[in-house]
Ligand binder design. Structure first.
Ligand code: FDA
Length: 299
């Protein structure tokens, strides 16, 4: 499998963008905001909520970060104009975290402020481990002023249960996912079962202490276990939602909606789709398998 993944990554890099786009478009709404709006509208018609992400990460200059901020503000405006049932997801490094932490905080704060005015919500995605503490630091500062912001935590990190114990003290709106980056074993569980076990332990803690949780997974096992937990603990439907990525496991997604649960789909779009797709493939070649599989199967 590893050899196949490596080959796919090498192959992708020599293919013209137009060809890569044929594969990537299953997972990316398109290059323009209007593409994301159309996808969100179609999902909303099926009673599925959306979270829209302007593709981009790790900018090197304040100028690029400010451009990303403007694009994100336009998304908020488009959600309002089109009356979409959607919120936004943002990445701190896209908004200048590696350039200057305070500058990044100001950018995120401005976005949360605008979202507040529009009665909307901002989800701060979690990136790789060098940024975990900084992301929580920014979250805490913004949460002290605004209630329309939440964060992502990653079940593969050994630290996450303790982070959640601390974040629960101030009630937090979470997205819980497994984690997508390649992290060293010292800080991250590597075994699939260990990650699942930690995911459920963290989910239990979040629900027990009354936090809102976006249960973000395509793993059927975890979805079924979450169902059991939600029933056993009689958790009110206003306290959680399921979340999935655009283009992934649509059959399971439809089942969750059919079962009467809230579901939100993460819709990435933007001019940076190519760089992001290739970077993601390089970071985690297992993704290549998913892309290949999606060409041949209907999930
Ligand atoms: P698992 O990897 O076991 O996947 C279960 C099955 O789902 C696979 O067998 C495959 O069929 C399918 N599948 C999963 N991912 C797929 C993909 N990309 N393409 C095609 N098929 C796929 N991570 C992070 O570090 N920070 C973040 O902020 C976020 N944000 C986020 C938002 C949302 C809404 C989701 C659903 C996920 C994220 N993630 C994330 C990614 C997450 O951490 C994780 O890498 C993926 O969801 C895959 O893990 P699963 O729990 O789906 O299980």
């Amino acid at each position: 499998m590893k050899l196949l993944n490596d080959l796919i990554v090498k192959f992708v890099k020599i293919l013209p963008e137009s060809i890569v786009y044929i594969f990537a478009k299953k997972y990316v709404a398109g290059k323009k905001l209007s593409n994301a709006v159309e996808v969100a509208k179609k999902l909303n018609e099926k009673k599925i909520m959306a979270t829209i992400d302007v593709l981009g990460e790790s900018v090197d200059s304040e100028e690029e970060a400010l451009k990303a901020k403007e694009e994100i503000l336009e998304v908020l405006q488009a959600i309002e104009k089109n009356k979409l049932d959607a919120n936004i997801s943002i990445k701190p490094t896209q908004l200048g975290l590696t350039v200057n932490k305070d500058f990044c905080y100001e950018n995120i704060k401005a976005i949360v402020q605008r979202a507040k005015e529009l009665n909307n919500f901002v989800r701060i995605d979690m990136e790789d481990s060098p940024y975990t503490d900084l992301t929580f630091e920014i979250l805490k500062k913004i949460k002290a002023e605004y209630d329309n912001v939440g964060v992502v935590v990653q079940a593969y990190l050994r630290r996450t249960f303790t982070d959640v114990e601390n974040l629960n003290k101030a009630r937090t709106n979470y997205r819980l996912c497994k984690g997508i980056y390649i992290e060293p074993e010292k800080i991250a569980y590597k075994d699939r079962e260990e990650v699942r076990e930690n995911y459920l332990k963290i989910l239990t803690k979040m629900l027990d202490e009354g936090n809102y949780v976006g249960i973000a997974t395509h793993d059927k096992y975890l979805v079924e276990k979450a169902y059991e937990l939600l029933k056993e603990k009689n958790i009110d439907k206003s306290k959680f939602e399921f979340q999935m990525l655009y283009g992934v496991t649509e059959k399971l997604r439809n089942k969750i909606v059919g079962d009467g649960y809230k579901l939100r789909v993460y819709i990435p779009f933007g001019e940076k789709w190519y760089a992001c797709s290739v970077r993601r493939l390089q970071e985690n070649p297992n993704m290549a398998w998913y892309i290949t599989k999606s060409i041949f199967t209907r999930s």
